[in-house]
Design a protein. Structure first.
Length: 136
């Protein structure tokens, strides 16, 4: 039985498998992003290092329960600002614009609400705009 942790890496919810390879990749990314030492306590870093060194895949419910919150914390910390903007603001704004356009008769605008590229565009536009999302 494999335990998974849901988290976001690129603004899209993913299942992150608790395995040696997955945890090692997450550790490397956290170190490169500068969050490994900044956001984790010493005991949390040691637990992940020990888990990577000892197990191939986390099968223990107890270990998964201890490692999962740390993995969630790292996944949130390494998420890019653009991804966070897309997840928090871009999606809602895309849904709102989609509803308005459908109300005006644009039937193809239904897809805008789930178009990741459109959400990214709106997030970048809000960063570059002094008015931001408040304009609409």
């Amino acid at each position: 039985m494999t335990h998974a942790v849901s988290g976001t890496v690129t603004g899209v919810s993913v299942a992150y498998v608790l395995s040696r390879q997955g945890l090692a990749k997450l550790r490397l990314r956290a170190i490169r992003c500068g969050v490994w030492f900044r956001d984790l306590r010493d005991v949390e870093r040691k637990l992940l290092d020990l888990t990577i060194a000892v197990v191939w895949r986390v099968h223990s419910v107890r270990l998964a329960g201890m490692v999962s919150p740390i993995v969630e914390k790292l996944l949130n910390a390494v998420e890019s600002k653009l991804s966070r903007l897309m997840r928090t603001q871009g999606r809602g704004f895309a849904e709102k614009l989609s509803r308005v356009a459908v109300g005006w008769g644009n039937k193809s605008a239904v897809r805008w609400a789930t178009d990741v590229g459109f959400m990214e565009y709106l997030a970048v536009a809000s960063v570059n705009s002094s008015v931001g999302f408040g304009a609409v």
